[in-house]
Design a protein around this ligand. Structure first.
Ligand code: ZN
Ligand code: ZN
Length: 450
C-alpha cells in the first residue's frame, strides 16, 4: 500500500491521509488545524487529482478530523463518505457551527476567504454520507478487485471508529483517535486483535509516560475535590473542554456529584453547541448500548448557556462552573476570554482535563509559574497567574504503553506514526524499534510505499 499524510503542518492538526491499496484510493478524515485559520488551516487537498478518490472515511466528528470534509467531498463528488451512524448525526451540528465560527473569523481576523464552505456544500456532503454499522464489513469493488472496509468502535468519543481495510493481498488497520478504557458515558474501544500487515497508529500521548499513581477514577475524584474546594472559597471554576465528548462526560460526572448533594449549589454554564450536542447524545444513546446519556442532566443540575457579556480581563458576572470550549484555550474562544477574567484571583481555578498542545495558550498557561504574568495576546491583556491551574488526566486518548502493547499484538510488518507531536512520535519510533516492524514517521506530502 501507499500512504501520504496530507496534513501540511505535520503533528496533530488538519488530519487527512491518503491510502492507496491496490487500485483503491481512500482518504481518511479531513480536518481543520485548530492553531491556524482560513486556508492555512486546511489539509493539502490539491495533492489529489479532482474526483480521484473511491471513497472517504470519517473516523469521528472533532473538527481536526471533520472541519474541512465539505471541501474534500466537493472536490470528489463521486466518493461516498463512510462513517458511523452516530457521526452522521453529530457531523451536521458540528459543521453548521463551523460555518458560524468561520463567519465570525472573517471579520475578526480579516480573512475574506471565509467561510470556506456554505450550507449548499453541507447538503451535498450529507447526500454522500453512507453510515455503516460497526463491525459489519462493506465490500467495495473496482477493476475486478475487492476491498473490505470494516469500522470498529474506537472509544475516543461518541461515534468514533477505527478502520480496517483488507484486500486479498494486504490487511491495513488505521486506529484513528482511540481510547481503550471505558468512560462514564462511553465504552472503551473494541478493536481487532488479529494480525495486520500495516498499522497506522495515533501517537497523541507518546510524550507523556503513564503515571502509575493516577487512574481515571482517582482523577475524577481529585477533580471533584478541586471543584469543591474552589466553590467553598467563593471562587469560580473554568474547565476548558471540547464541546463534543468531554463536555458531556463532565456534565454526567458533575450531575452525579450534585445529586449526591456533596456540592455547593452554583450554576453550571455551558456553550450552546455543547448543550445542543447533549440532545444528539440522548438520541444516539437510544440506538446503541455503547453510549449512555440522558438529556435530563441539563435540567437536573440547572445548566444554563454562557452569559453573553463576557469581556477579556473581567470576572464573569456570577460565581459558577464554566464548561466551555476550546479545550486548549485557543485564542478568540470563550474559554480564552474567561481565563483572562479568572486568572488574577486566587479563589478561582482553571482545570484542564484533556490534551493541550504546548504551543496553544492552554499549553503555555500550564507551564507558567504561579505568580508570574500571563499575556493573553490577542485581547492585549496581561494577568498575574494567581488562580489554581491544574491538569487532570481524563484524556480521550489511549496512553502510550497501551498503544505500544496494541501495536505489538497486531505484529504488523510496517507501522506508520500518525496524529502526534514530534516528541510523541520519536518515543514511539524508539519504543517500537525492537518490534521487528519497519517504523515510518511520515513527512507531510511525501508518499511511502510498503
Ligand atoms: Zn478526536
Ligand atoms: Zn484528533
Amino acid at each position: 500500500m501507499k500512504f501520504t499524510d496530507l496534513n501540511r503542518h505535520g503533528g496533530i492538526g488538519a488530519n487527512c491521509s491518503l491510502l492507496e491499496i491496490g487500485p483503491f484510493r481512500i482518504a481518511i478524515d479531513s480536518g481543520l488545524h485548530p492553531k491556524f485559520a482560513g486556508l492555512d488551516s486546511t489539509p493539502s487537498h490539491d495533492f489529489l487529482e479532482r474526483n480521484s478518490l473511491d471513497f472517504i472515511v470519517l473516523t469521528h466528528c472533532h473538527l481536526d478530523h471533520l472541519g474541512s470534509l465539505p471541501l474534500l467531498s466537493r472536490e470528489h463528488p463521486d466518493a461516498p463518505v463512510l462513517l458511523s451512524y452516530a457521526s452522521s448525526i453529530l457531523a451536521r451540528r458540528m459543521l453548521s457551527n463551523s460555518i458560524a465560527v468561520m463567519r465570525r473569523q472573517r471579520n475578526d481576523l480579516n480573512l475574506p476567504e471565509l467561510p470556506l464552505y456554505g450550507r449548499g456544500d453541507l447538503a451535498s456532503l450529507y447526500d454522500r454520507m453512507k453510515p455503516l454499522a460497526i463491525q459489519t464489513p462493506l465490500e467495495v469493488q473496482k477493476d475486478g478487485h475487492v476491498l473490505k472496509v470494516t469500522l470498529h468502535h474506537a472509544g475516543h468519543v461518541a461515534g468514533a471508529v477505527s478502520v480496517a481495510l483488507e484486500t486479498k493481498q494486504e490487511k491495513v488497520f488505521f486506529t484513528g483517535d482511540v481510547l481503550f478504557t471505558d468512560q462514564r458515558t462511553l465504552d472503551g474501544a473494541e478493536v481487532p486483535k488479529e494480525k495486520f500487515d500495516v498499522l497506522i497508529t495515533e501517537t497523541t500521548r507518546g510524550g507523556t509516560p503513564r503515571d502509575p499513581a493516577r487512574f481515571r477514577e482517582s482523577e475524577i475524584v481529585s477533580l471533584l475535590e478541586g471543584i469543591h474546594k474552589t466553590l467553598d472559597r467563593g471562587g469560580s471554576v473554568l474547565i476548558p473542554v471540547f464541546a463534543l465528548g468531554r463536555m458531556q462526560e463532565l456534565l454526567f460526572i458533575l450531575d452525579e456529584a450534585f445529586r449526591k448533594n456533596t456540592f455547593p449549589k452554583v450554576p453550571v454554564f455551558c456553550s450552546g453547541l455543547g448543550m445542543d450536542l447533549v440532545n444528539h447524545f440522548h438520541e444516539i444513546s437510544k440506538n446503541t448500548n455503547r453510549l449512555r446519556f440522558n438529556r435530563r442532566v441539563l435540567r437536573s443540575m440547572g445548566a444554563r448557556p454562557l452569559p453573553r457579556n463576557l469581556e477579556p480581563g473581567r470576572e464573569p458576572p456570577m460565581q459558577g462552573i464554566f464548561l466551555v470550549s476550546s479545550g486548549m484555550l485557543v485564542e478568540h474562544t470563550p474559554s480564552y476570554i474567561l481565563a483572562s477574567g479568572l486568572l488574577r484571583d486566587d479563589r478561582n481555578s482553571i482545570f484542564f482535563v484533556g490534551y493541550c498542545d504546548p504551543d496553544t495558550p492552554g499549553g503555555k498557561l500550564l507551564e507558567t509559574p504561579q505568580g508570574d504574568d500571563f499575556h493573553f495576546e490577542v485581547v492585549d491583556c496581561i494577568e498575574p497567574n494567581h488562580a489554581e491551574v491544574r491538569r487532570f488526566d481524563l484524556s480521550g486518548h489511549a496512553d502510550r504503553e497501551e498503544l505500544l502493547a496494541y501495536a505489538n499484538k497486531l505484529s504488523p510488518k510496517t507501522i506508520f506514526l500518525h496524529h502526534g507531536d514530534p516528541d510523541a512520535r520519536s518515543w514511539f519510533s524508539e519504543s517500537l524499534s525492537e518490534s521487528g516492524a519497519t517504523i515510518i514517521d511520515p513527512e507531510p506530502l511525501k508518499t511511502y510505499e510498503t
